[in-house]
Design a protein around this ligand. Sequence first.
Ligand code: NAD
Length: 306
Amino acid sequence: MCGAGAGGIDDLGENNVKVDRLKVEGNKHLGSNLIYKLSKIIITYIGGTKIMFKLTDKVAVVTGGARGIGKGICETLAKQGAKVVIADLLLDEAVATASEIENAGGQAIAVKTDITDLESVQAMVSAVKEKFGLVDILVNNAGWDRMKPFVKTTPDFWNKVIDINYKGILNTIYAVAEDMMGQNSGKIINIASDAARVGSTGESVYSGTKGAVISFSKTMAREFARNKINVNVICPGPTPTPLLDDMKAEDAFADKVLSSMDKIIPLKRMGTADDIAAAVVFFASEEANFVTGQVLSVSGGLTMVD
Ligand SMILES: NC(=O)c1ccc[n+]([C@@H]2O[C@H](COP(=O)([O-])OP(=O)(O)OC[C@H]3O[C@@H](n4cnc5c(N)ncnc54)[C@H](O)[C@@H]3O)[C@@H](O)[C@H]2O)c1
């Protein structure tokens, strides 16, 4: 198990100590390696039936995984057997999430990361490679928004929304791309929004950034296809999270719109982090090897887009 319970990683120096400890612990268990591999095969194939969507020992980086939808994604990936890296600005919350995953029998570490800062992202990826060797799965989940009419927004607000929701994804993909191309494999799953597909009053700049995420993802899917790297997009519908709570608390219009969503959504409820996480697991799995450049809405039928 990794050392998330003992605290997160907020710089490379601390990480080096943890990596050494991991190697020592790993060496002690080399003798049981064969039994471990056999048990993985037995678990994967029971009674001749292959268990689908297993992510055993895949290394998955989830940005914004400390809370909200990202937390659900981390928990579900860990349940499928992945080693999860929670890359978030909120180190304490990321460490708490990693500890919960470890206490439930999964593997997770927390690495303080600011996705708007390429150097911070590159340091996170270096730490992950030192600890786990590679990145198999990248889930670009971190995001931010506030609901207000476009004419009430400011250039500072535009920059913040664009930096987190769009440039953040450029940074993370830039930081893992050459390694994934070299290993000739990888799954990249970008979390956009139905706001990008059909528009959303009060979310002008945000919906623009999420539209950019979709367009960028399709081009990346084409560029990376020769390297067997799949790039897909998930558009969550309204899902109660700390982000939605903050938006509702700060603006009466947001409160009114978001509080009535369960009546508008055809399946008559808001989303859950688990709903989104299930779609992430599919795109991350080998069962989705032939799926790339696609956009999937997980929104209870709120939008039905071809
Ligand atoms: N909640 C919804 O209804 C909804 C709907 C559609 C799309 N989404 C998208 O889902 C994703 C998750 O949203 P959520 O509702 O769980 O939000 P949230 O605010 O609850 O969680 C987002 C996480 O991202 C982290 N984060 C923010 N900026 C960061 C940065 N610069 N670097 C690293 N981490 C950063 C935050 O610390 C937080 O842990 C976002 O991309 C959001 O746009 C959410």
